[in-house]
Design a protein around this ligand. Structure first.
Ligand SMILES: [Zn+2]
Length: 231
């Protein structure tokens, strides 16, 4: 049964839409690639919304964290999982690649950029200690600043899952439900500076809608399903 949904990317059978609010349980730092005009050493990444630069969580960043958690859970349950570039999936894709995609395999899971739900997102600047990248040791007296989104900030979460029967018991479905549960329980950290306790997020008010091809053709909105216990 799980085999039958693996290969058909050319045919949409079923889609699930997972939505909710990602709440920061701690400070959150997702760094901007280049420190543009900011005077900060480590500003958070921002995107233009209605002419304003607002902090956000890139979908790719969320996907990376969820993928890493999926790998841990899959390995913990005894499944063989690749570890690029050391060990890559070849003929048979591992369950994590089947969900999140690989160089040669499209993903079954898409995660949108998460924009803040409130208009004004507060950030604060925390002093950090500079680490010598080569020696891994602390530079005494070398302080730098890290900007972080404040605790309690809420972002809009949106994930689309295609051609995996979430209500079924395939390896993919079980792993996806386990990750969603981890997110709901607040057990996943995202972004940078995780070792200093930053990046704890929790998914609140989660809804999962099942959307069939018929719904798409007839303009139906799909039906809400409960696939996680207690969520
Ligand atoms: Zn793999």
């Amino acid at each position: 049964m799980s085999g039958e949904v693996n290969a058909d990317f050319d045919r949409l059978k079923i889609r699930y839409l997972v939505e909710g609010e990602l709440v920061c349980d701690s400070l959150l730092h997702i760094g901007a690639a280049e420190a543009t005009s900011s005077t900060l050493d480590n500003p958070v990444i921002r995107v233009k919304v209605d002419g304003r630069d607002v902090p956000y969580i890139p979908g790719s960043s969320l996907k990376g964290s969820l993928r890493a958690e999926a790998e841990r859970i899959a390995r913990g349950s005894g499944l063989s999982v690749c570890l690029p570039p050391v060990k890559v999936c070849e003929k048979e894709a591992c369950v994590v690649c089947r969900l999140f995609g690989s160089k040669s395999l499209a993903a079954h899971v898409r995660i949108s950029d998460a924009l803040p739900l409130e208009e004004n997102v507060s950030t604060l600047v925390k002093p950090g200690v500079a680490i010598d990248r080569v020696l891994g040791s602390v530079f005494p007296g070398h302080l730098y600043n890290v900007e972080a989104v404040s605790r309690g900030t809420r972002f809009k979460f949106r994930m689309v899952i295609e051609n995996i029967d979430l209500e079924g018991n395939s390896e993919e479905a079980k792993l996806l439900k386990a990750i969603l549960k981890e997110l709901v329980d607040g057990n996943i950290q995202i972004g940078g500076k995780k070792s200093t306790g930053m990046g704890a997020v929790r998914l609140e008010n989660m809804t999962i809608k099942k959307i069939s091809v018929n719904d798409l053709l007839s303009g139906g909105k799909g039906v809400e399903v409960k696939v996680l216990e207690g969520a």
